[in-house]
Design a protein around this ligand. Structure first.
Ligand SMILES: O=C(O)CCC(=O)C(=O)O
Length: 246
């Protein structure tokens, strides 16, 4: 199903769109099982394995087995690319990106119970070295997500200026992050199978998982095939994949 004109307008005005329960039933279960297997692999993997990163302890050292993220999850496990190519998702992406679509920067965040993290406040375009509004970021929530287990939060309309704010590295945290006026943020508590699209200029972050439940999600970015992106060139970056058209 393509997006309606109203949905396209909402994406451009607010900076995001939410599709609850888009992945359902046996399909959702099969993907959950696939990610369970990856979490299991992470339990015995050595620190420093390419693509795999682990949560830090209080001394800022990685904790073996406590998986934080698989960066390039579609390279590590090509079956995950099926999820990125689900027609329910791509048909909608096409309304925003056009017919020739690549996906890049594929991530899996298990956000494990009692301290699992994914991201703090940031704009994806800070990492991409651009302020284009042609990249659509996508989060897929494989399990129910709420404040306690670390749901997504966004600052509506924060993409509109196309300004990339300063981001800073913090000791004991993965990545570079910024701060926002949290009174302007919206929490995205969503059921399992929900797909969220947002502008790669949108300020977004998440809560830490303080519950005893995991919160599996994926995050990646759909880009028109013809958009040059120096840091992630087509054909020159292993985690950029053609998913529709040429
Ligand atoms: O973990 C999440 O809910 C969001 C992840 C995300 O937005 C990102 O990787 O930029």
């Amino acid at each position: 199903m393509r997006l309606t004109d109203t949905q396209v307008q909402q994406f451009h005005e607010e900076g995001y769109l939410v599709f609850e329960n888009l992945i359902r039933g046996d399909k959702l279960k099969a993907y959950q099982d696939l990610f369970d297997e990856l979490v299991e692999r992470g339990r015995t993997l050595s620190i420093g394995s390419p693509h795999w990163s682990f949560e830090f302890n209080e001394d800022h050292e990685p904790i073996p087995g406590f998986l934080h993220k698989i960066q390039g999850v579609c390279v590590v496990e090509p079956k995950v690319l099926d999820l990125a190519q689900e027609p329910e998702i791509l048909d909608r992406v096409q309304s925003l990106v056009g017919p020739d679509i690549d996906v890049f920067g594929t991530k899996f965040f298990p956000k494990l119970p009692n301290g699992g993290t994914s991201v703090h406040w940031h704009q994806d375009n800070f990492y991409f070295g651009t302020n284009t509004n042609r990249i659509v970021s996508c989060g897929i929530y494989l399990q129910d997500a709420d404040r306690e287990n670390g749901c997504l939060r966004v600052v509506p309309k924060s993409h509109l200026s196309q300004a990339i704010v300063e981001h800073h590295r913090r000791q004991g945290a993965h990545g570079s992050w910024t701060e926002v006026d949290e009174s302007k943020a919206v929490d995205m508590a969503v059921p399992a199978g929900t797909v969220v699209f947002f502008s790669s200029n949108l300020l977004h972050g998440t809560y830490e998982n303080r519950s005893d439940r995991p919160r599996y999600s994926t995050a990646w970015h759909y880009i028109p095939a013809d958009l040059p992106l120096e840091r992630f060139p087509r054909g020159g970056y292993e985690d950029r994949h053609i998913v529709r058209g040429d």
